[in-house]
Design a binder for this molecule. Structure first.
Ligand SMILES: Nc1nc2c(c(=O)[nH]1)N[C@H]1C(S)=C(S)[C@@H](COP(=O)(O)O)O[C@H]1N2
Ligand SMILES: [Mo]
Length: 441
């Protein structure tokens, strides 16, 4: 990230040497900035004295640049190489059943560039041949769905489509933080979160086409084509309002292979696991399916030792993405505090920001657009006087739900859970400008 006042977080937090390098590099950075500043001053004086040689134009101001279409598909600037999705080392035993986290600290606005969308695979990703891919739609019995059908991608893409912007958050996002602070940067605390414009056909349209019995049909089963046998139950109440999509488009082009090319389910507001990728089958039935991914996994361990099943809505949540853990404020004075807020229940109504650990709160500015079940970007002003501070954000959604503190959440859910942690995140700023992940109750 190019920002003269904030030093980015070290890219690999487990590499101690690198952190040291970043620390010791700080003085060089400041010194470098000073030299550059005095250089600019000298150039200004020289220009004023009419010296033509001192202008010293860079090559890009004097020669022809690259030809058009030198790259048929554009890629980011080579100066942006540090902005990468990253795996949390040691999180899983094999990289096929793992997560890569989005670099939230370096993103603007609300759309996640497709190449930086987080990845969660249970059995590795595939680049599936779309001409061979099929979606089967059937009922749990013959009366449930009159015309079971098998669709090719061409047949699906012939149907009327819609495009909608929605966030997707893995139910396990922030899951490592239930008991205590576990990871240092926002990429690892909140990076199982991304937001895209998705294009596809409402599942309801396809079910209608197949002659579904909407009175008896209360649930659908969605099944993926990868080796993980990913299967999830979706209540028909979510499908009926047209929000659940059979999506093939992501940010104006086809889905990326890592995100389920050529077809995935989009279930707005619901945890990522229900957004089945490489979608190959939809079955309409009259009861929840109780698949392995909903009876064994993605359950919430409650304080009494019982598991709560089928928690699916991602509740109201927010996080300050900059300044955030691992970054360093290089100067006193004005800093823009910015972050993301979202709710699986609808629109974000308000985000409050505190810089004193929750004693005082101030409403942040919401950058538009504010859309339902979509990320909302907020920002707020902060003038650093060199003293320690604690940054927090607290979101409220249009249903009146308020993001809880860690204390409030743990009183209801205890601290041994994995999924659905939407507690208020705190970043501690110390006198030397460094920001750290801390938990305040
Ligand atoms: N077929 C299939 N679908 C899947 C998964 C998978 O492993 N296989 N992972 C699920 C989980 S747990 C999440 S959080 C989201 C992640 O979507 P993404 O990789 O596009 O970010 O996909 C879901 N759909
Ligand atoms: Mo997930």
């Amino acid at each position: 990230m190019f920002n003269r006042f904030i030093r980015p977080a070290p890219e690999n937090f487990l590499d101690r040497h690198q952190i040291q390098a970043v620390r010791s590099g700080r003085r060089d950075f400041l010194a470098g900035a000073m030299v550059a500043a005095s250089g600019a001053l000298a150039a200004g004086q020289a220009r004023a004295q009419g010296d033509p040689h001192i202008l010293n134009l860079p090559p890009h101001s004097k020669a022809l640049g690259q030809p058009v279409a030198a790259r048929g598909y554009g890629v980011p600037s080579e100066w942006e190489k540090n902005l990468q999705r990253r795996e949390s080392p040691g999180l899983t035993r094999v990289p096929q059943s793992s997560v890569s986290f989005s670099p939230l600290q370096g993103l603007f606005g609300i759309i996640t560039p497709s190449g930086l969308h987080f990845e969660r695979h249970h059995q590795g990703w595939w680049d599936v041949d779309p001409s061979q891919h099929r979606l089967m739609v059937n009922g749990s019995d013959e009366a449930m769905l009159k015309r079971p059908m098998v669709f090719s991608m061409d047949e699906l893409m012939r149907l009327p489509s819609v495009s909608r912007m929605h966030f997707i958050e893995c139910g396990a996002n922030t899951g490592m933080e239930w008991g205590n602070v576990a990871v240092p940067t926002v990429q690892y605390t909140h990076g199982m979160l991304s937001c895209s414009e998705f294009t596809g056909v409402p599942l309801r349209t396809v079910l209608e086409l197949c002659g579904a019995d909407f009175k008896r049909g209360k649930f659908v089963l969605a099944e993926g084509a990868d080796g993980s046998g990913m299967t999830r139950t979706i209540p028909m109440s979510m499908v009926m309002d047209g929000q659940v999509l059979l999506a093939y488009g992501q940010n104006g082009e086809m889905l990326r292979p890592e995100n389920g090319y050529p077809l995935r389910l989009v279930v707005p507001g619901v945890q990522g696991v229900s957004w089945v990728k490489y979608l190959r089958r939809i079955e309409l039935g009259d009861m929840p399916y109780g698949s392995k991914d909903e009876t064994l996994h993605y359950v919430d361990l409650m304080p009494d030792g019982l598991h709560r099943q089928y928690t699916s809505i991602q509740e109201v949540k927010s996080v300050i993405t900059s300044p955030s853990g691992g970054q360093v404020l290089l100067e006193k004075g004005f800093h823009s505090v910015t972050g993301l807020a979202w709710s699986g229940r609808g629109k974000v109504k308000r985000v409050d920001v505190s810089v004193d650990g929750g004693k005082n709160w101030k409403a942040a500015r919401l950058e538009g657009p504010v859309l339902s079940k979509c990320l909302t970007r907020f920002n707020s002003d902060f003038v650093w006087d060199g003293k320690p501070a604690f940054f927090q954000s607290r979101a409220v959604d249009e249903t009146g739900q308020i993001q809880p503190t860690y204390g409030e959440l743990r009183r209801v859910r205890a601290s041994r859970s994995i999924y659905h942690n939407n507690a208020i995140q705190s970043w501690a700023l110390s006198e030397n400008g460094e920001l750290k992940n801390v938990q305040l109750s």
